[in-house]
Design a protein around this ligand. Structure first.
Ligand SMILES: Cc1ncc(COP(=O)(O)O)c(C=O)c1O
Length: 437
């Protein structure tokens, strides 16, 4: 194997990293191995993965059950075109997803990642209305929502502030205020009323022209781990559906146990018309996503004419290795061991957030299941807030992989993390607050 310095040099010569300003960023760290919640670099240094590697890893790195399922599948069938062909892993996964999703969310369209899952949902709802003979063109989203980096996903996520460079490329989307709340928030009802009022006004003006509203249920991830109340979400969705607007839940981040329940929609007790799944779908092992819709939507694409078919597909649609990984991961996710780990993580988050809330430089502690977040009081907030890189560097020097979203510190670990490791992360956060804030 190349020595670490040679890997870094070759990386600098040839690699273009995501979300990175290469001119100012520190060298990328060559990782050679993962085990449970830990990653190891080429020099033997250890990093505790407290962000589940961009929120994908649910059961730990190198989990033998998922690794074994992929290896067995690779020897059997690594891939096959999914138009005109099918295979058991895709079918079994679709059946299993239908069983764990609420209501009649049971028609599965596979693609490769969170952005394509969203893209599929947007195109599908647009064509749904066209197939029904209604020319609806508008989409609706929450302020601060993020749904991925492809052009449609950027359009519905443009208020997240990540996409200024492409503003003129994006299509117009209606946005409503998101009632972000936290522990001890006295204004939550006022904010929720404001959201309902804005929805009412929007529906009066554009309801009949709107294909769908897309939203991250309960937790807006990249927008800063902003959380809303399940009761709010439930009545908001009811209002949309009563008005005849389709509802797309982007559970790319919140799915597979993150919110404490298997899906945020189950926690909020609502059935969206479409749900987008990725990240934790394969336990973070393979790039795969699923856009699952209600049977009633699928029926609108059935016809003697090809015009009404959903003419969208990707080379790697329903990749068998991804489906095998997802089947193994789902089995682990619904096991009683994982469920109790999720409960323990939620309890540790709760106790340690309570302690953090007492630190003067911090505010707005919040938690939904295994996701915990707290804000650093800062003159500048948002993803580019100055304090973010300093905090990240402090954590990395101590072997803690925590990547604040600007002034928002959050912890979102794999479910297998040991209690003492999670406490170590919170000890590190407390030390950072005392040292550099
Ligand atoms: C809620 C949500 N939707 C969509 C995406 C895009 O997923 P991907 O990066 O796999 O394209 C993300 C990624 O962070 C996300 O958090």
């Amino acid at each position: 194997m190349k020595d670490p310095k040679a890997i870094i040099a070759a990386d600098k010569n040839h690699i273009w990293h995501p979300f990175t300003q290469a001119q100012t960023a520190p060298d990328a760290i060559p990782i050679v191995r993962g085990d449970g919640a830990k990653l190891f670099d080429a020099d033997g240094n250890e990093y505790l993965d407290l962000i589940s590697s961009w929120w994908v890893n649910t059961h730990g790195h190198g989990h033998p059950k998922i690794a074994g399922a992929i290896a067995r599948q690779a020897e059997q069938l690594e891939h096959v075109i999914f138009a005109g062909f099918t295979h058991e892993p895709a079918v079994r996964l679709a059946e299993k997803l239908s069983n764990v999703l609420p209501g009649d969310l049971s028609r599965v369209f596979y693609s490769d990642n969170g952005s394509t899952a969203v893209e599929v949902a947007l195109k599908l709802t647009f064509q749904y209305w066209r197939n029904k003979g209604e020319a609806r063109k508008k989409f609706l989203a929450f302020e601060g929502g993020y749904h991925g980096d492809t052009v449609g996903a950027m359009s519905v996520g443009q208020s997240s502030g990540f996409f200024d460079a492409w503003q003129e490329l994006l299509f117009d989307v209606g946005t409503l205020p998101f009632p972000a709340t936290w522990q001890g928030d006295d204004d939550v009802e006022t904010k929720e009323k404001k959201s309902f009022l804005a929805l009412e006004q929007y529906l009066n003006e554009h309801g009949a022209d709107t294909c769908a509203m897309i939203l991250e249920p309960l937790v807006q991830g990249a927008g800063g781990m902003r959380m809303c109340r399940p009761e709010f979400l439930k009545s908001f969705v009811q209002k949309l559906q009563t008005a005849g607007v389709l509802v797309i839940f982007d559970e790319v981040m919140t799915g597979f146990g993150r919110t404490g329940d298997l899906f945020a929609c189950r926690k909020a007790d609502v059935v969206p018309d479409i749900i987008c799944l990725s990240k934790g779908l394969t336990g973070g092992f393979m790039p795969l996503s699923a856009t699952v819709c209600r049977d009633e939507l699928y029926a609108v694409f059935l016809d003697e004419s090809f015009d009404k078919a959903f003419t969208h597909g990707h080379s790697f649609t329903a990749n068998p290795l991804g489906c095998a990984a997802a089947l193994a991961s789902l089995e682990l996710t619904v096991s009683s061991e994982t469920q109790s780990r999720i409960d323990v993580i939620a309890k540790i988050h709760k106790d340690r957030l309570e302690k953090l809330a007492a630190f003067a430089p911090l505010e707005c502690p919040r938690q939904t299941g295994t996701i915990a977040a707290i804000d650093v009081k800062a003159a500048d907030s948002g993803y580019t807030a100055g304090i973010g890189p300093a905090l990240k560097a402090y954590f990395m020097e101590r072997g803690l992989l925590i990547r604040p979203l600007g002034n928002v510190m959050y912890v979102l670990p794999p479910y297998c993390i040991a209690d003492e490791d999670l406490h170590r992360a919170y000890d590190g956060i407390e030390a950072a607050v005392q040292t550099i804030l």
